[in-house]
Write a protein of this length. Structure first.
Length: 298
């Protein structure tokens, strides 16, 4: 019993940690920082932290042809494309709405998995997909859902990130990670991604000077980057300890905590349409998630 309680507590902390990154990101982007500059420094922070973890674990960072291919793939699909879109969308959309939209990951992953042949069709999961899509429609269509109706045009931009994460997850399910463990993969992808992002940020005039004086947006950015790395590594550990299905329940918590943190930190308030969309999203996740027994310590 103690094992289950402890793992559940870790799951809740993960959800709270990942959830707070959305309002922290909102504070950062509203200060005027541009996506490519933020992405470069996020990748630098990720490479440093995961590199230190590998040093502590005395693990090498394998650099092979297949390894570099996976580093590039995850740097582009896992960070450069989705974060460019999400940073831009976060400037316009409420942080709570961004947290709800991210819940579409498992629903977007389902049809991709069917196309790749790594999953099977069921009417129960199709119903979950439909609920999730209807939840997005409830945010986009009603007149009273978003503070500004012009925000509806930003919703497709916000959906790019969950689509990329859905593709990324299916790539792992289909082809694995090239023999790399998650920390090695994240470290290599972060380092290579930083090399790619630096000239892009400089060329676009979006590079962020790291020298002081620092403002609140700098602190929220560093905090969100560190939280992301810490929670990601914890998530990987939890998958190995308690199973993918148990660990995957963090998606419920990320969405719920994201909305709560946005209300606390940013003072956001939502219409009944938004709350109804949140309920539909969570129900959709529950239906799309595959049934599988988790073996947890008693």
């Amino acid at each position: 019993m103690n094992g289950r309680v402890g793992l559940t507590a870790i799951l809740v902390l993960m959800g709270a940690g990942w959830g707070v990154t959305q309002p922290l990101t909102k504070i950062t982007v509203t200060a005027g920082y541009q996506p490519l500059g933020l992405i470069f420094w996020q990748l630098v922070i990720g490479a440093i932290v995961t590199g230190l973890i590998l040093i502590i674990q005395r693990k090498p960072l394998p650099v092979s042809r297949i390894g570099v291919l996976f580093f590039a793939l995850f740097a582009i699909i896992g960070t450069l494309i989705p974060n460019t879109a999400s940073y831009r969308a976060a400037f316009f959309l409420p942080a709570g709405v961004m947290s709800i939209v991210i819940a579409t990951i498992p629903m977007l992953a389902f049809p991709i998995a069917l196309a790749l042949g790594t999953d099977w069709f069921s009417w129960r999961r199709m119903a979950g997909l439909s609920l999730g899509l209807f939840g997005v429609a409830m945010i986009a269509l009603p007149e009273a859902s978003l503070p500004d109706r012009a925000m509806v045009a930003i919703l497709p931009l916000a959906l790019i990130a969950p689509l990329c994460y859905a593709i990324e997850g299916n790539v792992v399910a289909k082809w694995g990670t090239g023999g790399l463990d998650p920390v090695q993969l994240l470290c290599g992808a972060s380092a290579l991604g930083a090399v790619i992002a630096l000239p892009l940020a400089l060329g676009a005039g979006q590079f962020i000077d790291p020298r002081p004086p620092y403002i609140l947006a700098d602190l929220t950015f560093v905090a969100a980057s560190l939280i992301h790395v810490a929670v990601y590594v914890t998530y990987v550990w939890l998958v190995g300890r308690a199973g993918a299905v148990f660990a995957g329940q963090v998606s419920y918590l990320v969405t719920g905590f994201g909305v709560i943190w946005a209300m606390i930190l940013l003072g956001e308030r939502y219409s009944g349409w938004i709350w109804a969309a949140l309920v539909l999203m969570l129900c959709g996740i529950a239906l799309v998630r595959p049934r599988q027994d988790d073996r947890l310590p008693q």
